[in-house]
Design a protein around this ligand. Structure first.
Ligand SMILES: [Zn+2]
Length: 167
C-alpha cells in the first residue's frame, strides 16, 4: 500500500484517499475518465503506433515525440508492433500498476487479442506470397525458355543435314 503527499498540506496520506484526513483537501484520484484504457492503447498502438500516438495517450510524450520524429525510419512502427502485442497480452493487474496507479480497468477484449495476432499473420503470409509467387512464375518462365532452347537445339542439329543435302 503506497503513500502519497497531500496536495494541500503536504502530509503523507494513503494513495487511495479521496480527501486528506489532516486538512480535508480533495485529492486527485484516477477517475474513469482519465484511466488509461488498455483496449484504446492497444488499438492506438496497432493503427497509429508508428507515429507514437499511443505514447501520448499513455502520458509518455517524450517517447511520443521521438516516434514522430523517426516514423520515416519504420523503427517506431516495428517497436509499436511489439508494443501492440505487449499491450494486448498484459494482465489488467499489471496494466493498472503501470499506468493507472493500481486502479484496474476493463481487460482487453478477446476479439482484439485475436485480431492483433491474426493481422500480423495475414500480413506475413501476404509478404511471403508476394515474394514466392513472382519467384515461382520466374521459375516457370525460365523452365519454358529452357524448353524452347532445347527445341532450337534440336532444329539446329538438323540444319547440317539440310546443308549437306544442298551441297
Ligand atoms: Zn492535507
Amino acid at each position: 500500500m503506497g503513500m502519497v503527499f497531500c496536495r494541500g498540506c503536504g502530509k503523507e496520506i494513503h494513495e487511495s484517499a479521496v480527501s486528506c484526513p489532516h486538512c480535508g483537501c480533495q485529492q486527485l484520484t484516477a477517475t474513469a475518465a482519465n484511466l488509461k484504457n488498455q483496449n484504446v492503447a492497444t488499438v492506438l498502438a496497432a493503427f497509429t503506433g508508428g507515429f507514437g500516438i499511443h505514447r501520448f495517450y499513455l502520458s509518455r510524450p517524450i517517447s511520443g515525440v521521438l516516434y514522430l520524429l523517426f516514423f520515416w525510419t519504420a523503427i517506431p512502427g516495428l517497436i509499436a508492433f511489439v508494443e501492440t502485442l505487449i499491450y494486448a497480452f498484459t494482465s489488467p493487474q499489471s496494466w493498472a500498476q503501470k499506468y493507472n496507479n493500481g486502479q484496474i480497468g476493463a481487460p482487453v477484449h478477446i476479439a482484439l487479442k485475436i485480431l492483433v495476432v491474426i493481422f500480423p499473420a495475414i500480413f506475413t503470409i501476404g509478404i511471403l506470397a508476394a515474394i514466392a509467387i513472382p519467384a515461382y512464375q520466374d521459375y516457370v518462365t525460365r523452365a519454358r525458355e529452357a524448353n524452347l532452347s532445347t527445341m532450337h537445339y534440336e532444329v539446329d542439329t538438323h540444319k547440317p543435314n539440310v546443308i549437306e543435302l544442298k551441297i
